[in-house]
Design a protein around this ligand. Structure first.
Ligand SMILES: [Mn+2]
Length: 386
């Protein structure tokens, strides 16, 4: 019978019937039987319908039934409580899980999550970041933007390629968000960049890689960093490490209508927004000016990112909530107004989500290709363009 509930939840999701999604999936008992995908779907439906009493009651029932079945399951229950905007409850579940399972890997994760969520909610994390960013943001100001990129040490060959292409095609002060010790050391060796050490906010597995549960911390941390920089008057270009420049950035920006925020246009998550608007904004590439409107927007973006623990879903949800006005589409870009901000997105022929096309930025999602292969696909060998 559970397959009917699973399929129904899919159909309900398709029509944004979040209460029904929660109701269908909460019939599958215990909730440990949901499986990873349906757990994520359930959490997302909770997020989308977080103010509805029926959804909150369904989750409360699940919590009474299924809390402490396993430590791993508790981590998900706590995460889902966060999606409902109950961060204090999430912290409580994480703490209880840590205490009950001392000495296990799950306890270590739960302990760290409790601290992370609590420091997000009480503002101490934002304060720590502000302190770290103070020297960077108060350096003698130039007209050049700050270019922000997150970097985990395991991607060091990609960092080399990304940096080579950045030096060829963009101007600005590079700020590396180092996720681990190795990334910090490599960025230091490269020199000529500022480093923000984010490693204290991640957990690591035995091989020294960022542990899965804490990976998502990066997205909220990045929004908080951008928020701080924008409110201190910096123009910021934010790029993913897998968003590689293959053409000059400035001429493209110059050729577009003046906009507070320029961002990559995509058709991906959140799918419900993509269906509604016909596009989503992708956080792999953004150029954000600093002005009173963007400063105000970034504050609400930071709040939303803390709730959703994701930069892209929260950005697009803010867009849908505010509505899109004055939408204009041309061959080279789209422009629109939303949330008190003017937005522009280059056409995908210029900024793409694909490794094989896009004249200025290609934001591919690495699928284990070698660097040599990537260079070939991107058309940027060591001598190309020099
Ligand atoms: Mn990316």
């Amino acid at each position: 019978m559970t397959w009917i509930l699973r399929i129904s939840s899919r159909i309900f999701s398709r029509f944004d019937l979040w209460t029904q999604v929660v109701f269908a999936l909460s019939q599958i008992r215990p909730s440990t039987r949901l499986g990873e995908n349906f757990r994520l779907r359930f959490a997302y439906a909770c997020l989308m319908g977080r103010d509805r009493p029926r959804i909150r009651r369904a989750f409360a029932g699940m919590l009474r039934r299924d809390l402490d079945i396993s430590a791993t399951h508790n981590l998900w229950l706590a995460f889902t409580a966060g999606c409902l905007g109950c961060q204090n409850l999430a912290v409580l579940i994480f703490k209880k899980t840590a205490a009950r399972n001392r000495g296990t890997a799950e306890a270590v994760i739960a302990e760290r999550e409790a601290m992370f969520v609590a420091s997000l909610v009480n503002g101490s994390l934002a304060q720590q970041l502000a302190n770290m960013l103070y020297p960077i943001c108060s350096a003698p100001s130039t007209d050049e933007p700050v270019i922000v990129v997150p970097f985990g040490g395991q991607y060091s060959p990609l960092f080399q390629l990304w940096k080579q292409q950045l030096d060829r095609h963009a101007k600005g002060r590079l700020v590396v968000l180092a996720m681990d010790e190795q990334a910090r050391e490599i960025a230091q060796e490269y020199g000529a960049c500022d480093i923000v050490d984010l490693s204290p906010y991640f957990g690591f597995d035995a091989a020294g890689r960022v542990e899965d549960f804490s990976k998502r911390h990066l997205w909220v941390l990045r929004v908080l960093v951008l928020n701080e920089m924008i409110s201190r008057g910096q123009t910021v270009i934010s790029l993913d490490l897998d968003a590689v420049l293959v053409g000059d950035l400035e001429p493209m920006l110059q050729s577009m209508p003046d906009a507070d925020i320029v961002a990559q246009r995509d058709y991906s998550i959140p799918v419900d927004v993509a269906r509604k608007l016909g596009f989503v904004l992708c956080c792999g590439f953004m150029r954000i000016r600093s002005n009173p409107a963007t400063i105000r927007f970034m504050h609400s973006y930071a709040t939303q990112a803390i709730l959703e623990m994701d930069d892209q879903t929260s950005l697009n949800h803010l867009l849908v909530e505010a509505g899109v006005q004055n939408f204009i589409s041309t061959n080279s870009h789209i422009t629109f107004d939303s949330a008190g901000i003017s937005w522009a997105c280059p056409d995908t022929s210029r900024v793409s989500g694909d490794v094989s096309y896009g004249t200025v930025i290609r934001h591919f999602h690495p699928q284990g290709q070698s660097i040599g292969e990537l260079k070939k696909r991107l058309g940027c060998g060591d001598t190309a363009g020099i």
